[in-house]
Design a protein around this ligand. Structure first.
Ligand code: SAM
Ligand code: DTB
Ligand code: SF4
Length: 326
């Protein structure tokens, strides 16, 4: 038994696609059992990390990500391009997030990659938010080494940069930047000493093999991302993926469980898409090892699950949020 437990909870970076596919094919009770063992070896299963999101620069993005309502290519009328929010406005929102119980404040910008003056402005925001006693996370697109170092110097805790899907399916979703460019940004972030938040989106018409391949890439990075957001596609009118089929919620739970098993010490986030998920499906995700959520009125441009509903669900489950490490 002891050998079984230590083999399950061992941190590995040599996963094969066959091993991950085998996990996906386990009978559901066996999959959840393994995920629970791994989860409980590293975390208190009653605790959830809470992040709040704010779009600091919305819309008008030159990239063609098929899922994204902020791409200028498919949202010409829908979502006009805004300027970068003022630091005062951002700090106001961060204070509200802290008062609501968030431990981390995440800011997103609809850029392919930031310009130098953008980095300076975001650094000032990071410094202000850190003073409030919140962890910081930003997602600004592709970064070079110097930009990552500047963000680190400002006190940035996490950089979110998702791989989104498998290397094999990627070309069906995005053509304006390569998978390798995403991996390069992740290396720059890691080398600068910033924690990595990296995951993907499911429900975009990908196969189970694509999901397994995405997890294999994440789990075989030299160091596991500290945070792994698993997003359920939010289907937005005007985007090429607005009418893809519903995903079976149990498939989503399997994705969470396999992420948990392969990346035992990472926070696995039940990220976008909770608004459309039942309380029961979310509960299964927590049982499968999800231990982080986005909490607050909105994601970036779309509404999030209601805060009252979230609080009530956590209460009914006897679960609670963890407070900031700052
Ligand atoms: N522009 C930057 C970039 O793409 O790197 C940062 C912001 S971008 C909106 C951050 C991430 O949000 C994307 O990589 C994607 O994983 C996620 N996302 C965007 N639209 C989504 C949608 N409709 N449903 C689920 N996740 C989405
Ligand atoms: C992540 O993995 N999901 C968040 C955050 N990182 C930046 C974004 C979700 C966006 C959902 C669609 C929207 O609100 O625009
Ligand atoms: Fe632009 Fe990011 Fe949206 Fe892609 S995901 S279109 S890069 S904002």
């Amino acid at each position: 038994m002891r050998d079984y437990l230590s083999s399950l909870t061992k941190i590995r970076h040599d996963w094969t696609i066959e091993e991950i596919q085998t996990l996906f094919s386990l009978p559901f009770p066996d999959l959840i059992f393994q995920a629970q063992i791994v989860h409980r070896s590293a975390f208190d299963p009653t605790k959830i990390q809470i992040s709040s999101l704010l779009s600091i620069k919305t819309g008008g993005c030159p990239e063609d990500c098929s899922y994204c309502p902020q791409s200028a290519l498919h949202q010409k009328e829908h979502l006009k391009a805004d300027k970068l929010l003022s630091i005062e406005r951002v700090l106001e929102e961060a204070k509200k997030a802290k008062a609501a119980g968030a431990s981390r404040f995440c800011m997103g910008a609809a850029w392919r990659s930031p310009k130098e003056h953008d980095i300076d402005n975001v650094c000032a925001m990071i410094e202000g938010i850190k003073k409030l006693g919140l962890e910081t996370c930003v997602t600004l697109g592709m970064l070079n080494e110097q930009q990552a170092l500047k963000l680190k110097k400002a006190g940035l805790d996490y950089y979110n940069h998702n791989l989104d899907t498998s290397a094999e399916y990627y070309g069906k979703i995005i053509t304006t930047r390569t998978y390798q460019e995403r991996l390069d940004t992740l290396s720059h972030v890691r080398e600068a000493g910033i924690h990595i938040c990296c995951g993907g989106i499911i429900g975009m018409g990908e196969s189970e093999t694509d999901r397994a391949s995405l997890i294999m890439t994440l789990a075989n990075l030299p160091q596991h991302p500290e945070s792994v957001p698993i997003n359920l596609l939010v289907r937005v009118e005007g985007t090429p993926l607005a009418y893809v089929d519903d995903l079976d919620p149990l498939e989503f739970v399997r994705m969470i469980a396999v992420s948990r098993i392969t990346m035992p010490k990472s926070y696995v986030r039940l990220a976008a898409g909770r608004k459309e998920m039942s309380d029961e499906a979310q509960t299964l995700c927590f049982l499968a090892g999800a231990n982080s959520i986005f909490y607050g009125e909105n994601l970036l441009t779309t509404p999030n699950a209601h805060m009252i509903r979230d609080r009530s669900l956590l209460d009914r489950l006897g679960m609670s949020s963890i407070t900031s490490n700052c």
